[in-house]
Design a protein around this ligand. Structure first.
Ligand SMILES: [Zn+2]
Length: 125
């Protein structure tokens, strides 16, 4: 599914800036909203040595704790929507999809994960 974005520009700007500060090879950020549409918090993905549910090989970076997973860990059932965004070295938006483990966790908590798509950042799936 591909939709025009109702994600405000300042959120997209924040997501791109945040993702560019990720320590991982795949630079990803995520922002969580509660049921009122208020921002709960935003994070980047990060390296992890303890997380087993959501550990995936990422080349030289080793393993990463997914940004969306970090938000679920932090805010649990308060999370209604998470928007994830991946950027390249020059800040351009790259394709990103939540992994099956994060999808399952979202479904279990009744939350939805939205991916910002490449281009002008105005479409998502
Ligand atoms: Zn994941």
């Amino acid at each position: 599914m591909r939709k025009r974005s109702d994600i405000p520009d300042y959120i997209l700007k924040l997501l791109r800036a945040k993702a560019s500060r990720s320590p991982c090879t795949y630079k990803i950020s995520a922002i969580a909203f509660d049921k009122h549409g208020d921002v709960l918090g935003h994070v980047t993905n990060s390296h992890s040595t303890f997380d087993v549910l959501c550990k995936v090989p990422l080349g030289r970076a080793g393993t990463a704790l997914h940004a969306e997973r970090r938000l679920f860990n932090r805010y649990g059932g308060h999370v209604k929507t998470i928007v994830i965004c991946r950027v390249g070295a020059n800040g351009n938006i790259l394709p990103i999809d939540p992994c099956p483990a994060c999808r399952r966790l979202a479904a279990k908590l009744g939350a939805k994960i939205i991916s910002v798509l490449p281009g002008d950042g105005k479409t998502y799936s």
